[in-house]
Unconditional design. Structure first.
Length: 486
């Protein structure tokens, strides 16, 4: 009996684990999930991993790989200056928004592209390395084939919607492994927590960075057709895993999915032998199908349409059950110390933003000056508001400016205001014939005062007959009354 008890207990555990495996709810069919070991490529879990998918901005991982390979091979350097073309400037957001002709180094363009997911910077790099978007796309496709990414094709460097832009979770894991293996000296580009351009600080869209223990890569992506995508990695106790999530319902949910995949991969729960070996990522068999189009789910009438990959917390109306869908295998695992959803809801660990800027590579005082110059260029928005107010109430705006800024601009504003006032002074007395004849000389003086507003107070004080016609100035009092409103 003593010998049978351990066997019965083991059999019971196997039965419970197998039942949990069979009955645990599966992730949504509109998702592709994959987690692999970075060094060996061993597949720890795969769901729809070879289903073709629209990559969206995770495309920029290949753009970075091709660019950094060119740097490593000596064809360009991180200090190489590239110019923003009209084509680059015309890309849809997310982008830096630089004007055509602006110059930026390869180093800064990479940081802006990978942290802010700047579509314009992806095109700047493509044109700088490949000569054109088409030329660079050919380089991307050639590299994909060499790496064994047999399900991938590219037509642009940023992942904006295009029918021919296709990949799979399998191929993205292969690419992530290639970045780790082939470009270890440049790998820091894929886990920068935040950047600062002028006054703007942009956090990495990958919510695992600075929140999930050991997170050290890679890139997010979103278009309506693909849903929210994420290629992520994390390292614990010398073991590095790569997780790929395609088609999540929100920016938050893709991070939760990835964290759960990584937790399970690091779990070493002792029950992995229950699952058949899935081999290596390269050996996963591709599915011959068209990529699912999630436009109706992601951007249809049932939900608020997200503007871009920046909408981290936008959650689809169907995501109320998403948390449950991501907990498969949970019954076979010990409860985590922190729930991924709670962990990722925390603010990121404090870190100093990496400074990015336009123009050539600079250090010291020159860098400080470049950052200040970019900050000045990057602050036109307040002026737009003032212009809008000025269009509604020109007098009040002119007064507010002249009161608040006693400089050369104020003198100009005062001059314009005085000229308008003199014009009113001419027009209103003309409505009364008697006043017009009596004050003909005064009108001439007013014209002279309008021409030379700085001498106006002296002329008014020395011209006694003008004392009576000065009443129209009292009519202009509403202008002064408008001062407090501004």
């Amino acid at each position: 009996m003593h010998l049978l008890r351990p066997l019965l207990r083991r059999s019971l555990l196997l039965f419970v684990a197998a039942t949990a495996f069979a009955l645990a709810p599966r992730a949504s069919n509109a998702e592709a999930l994959l987690v692999v070991e970075a060094d060996t490529g061993k597949v720890l879990q795969a769901d729809n991993a070879t289903m073709p998918w629209y990559p969206a901005s995770v495309t920029k991982l290949m753009t970075a790989y091709v660019t950094l390979k060119a740097v490593k091979d000596g064809r360009i350097s991180l200090d190489t200056l590239l110019t923003v073309s009209p084509t680059a400037a015309s890309q849809s957001p997310s982008k830096m928004g630089f004007r055509p002709g602006t110059q930026v180094t390869v180093d800064n363009a990479l940081k802006m592209m990978l942290v802010k997911s700047a579509n314009d910077m992806a095109v700047v790099l493509a044109e700088g390395v490949g000569g054109s978007i088409d030329g660079f796309s050919a380089m991307m496709n050639d590299t994909a084939q060499k790496l064994g990414m047999t399900q991938t094709s590219y037509v642009n460097p940023n992942g904006l919607p295009a029918d021919g832009q296709i990949t799979s979770a399998r191929d993205l894991a292969i690419l992530a492994r290639a970045i780790i293996r082939d470009l270890p000296e440049y790998e820091y580009f894929v886990h920068i927590p935040s950047i600062r351009f002028g006054r703007r600080i942009t956090q990495n869209f990958n919510r695992l960075i600075g929140r999930y223990p050991g997170a050290d890569g890679f890139k997010t992506g979103f278009i309506c057709a693909s849903g929210y995508n994420l290629v992520a990695s994390a390292t614990r106790d010398g073991k590095r895993l790569i997780a790929v999530v395609l088609g999540a319902s929100s920016g938050r949910m893709r991070a939760v999915r990835a964290a759960q995949l990584l937790d399970r991969g690091f779990g070493n729960n002792g029950l992995s032998w229950l699952k058949p070996s899935l081999g290596t990522v390269e050996n996963l068999v591709p599915i011959d199908a068209s990529p699912p189009n999630l436009r109706d789910e992601m951007c249809g009438p049932k939900r608020k349409r997200p503007a871009s990959d920046e909408d981290e917390d936008t959650v689809a109306s169907s995501s109320s059950s998403g948390e449950t869908g991501a907990t498969f295998f949970a019954a076979a695992l010990p409860p985590p110390v922190f729930k991924p959803a709670d962990l990722l809801a925390q603010p990121p660990e404090p870190s100093e933003p990496v400074v990015v800027y336009t123009g050539p590579t600079r250090t010291g005082a020159a860098l400080i000056a470049a950052v200040a110059a970019d900050a000045d260029k990057d602050a036109p928005k307040p002026r737009k508001k003032k212009t809008h107010v000025a269009g509604k109430k020109p007098d009040a705006s002119a007064d507010a400016k002249s009161d608040g800024k006693p400089d050369a601009k104020q003198a100009k504003t005062d001059s314009k205001a005085d000229t308008k006032e003199a014009a009113k002074s001419d027009a209103k007395p003309a409505a009364k014939p008697a006043a017009r004849h009596a004050n003909a000389k005064s009108d001439a003086k007013s014209d002279s005062a309008a021409a030379k507003p700085s001498e106006k107070p002296a002329a008014a004080a020395g011209d006694k007959p003008a004392a009576k016609p000065a009443k129209p100035k009292a009519v202009a009092k509403p202008k002064n009354d408008a001062k407090p409103a501004s």
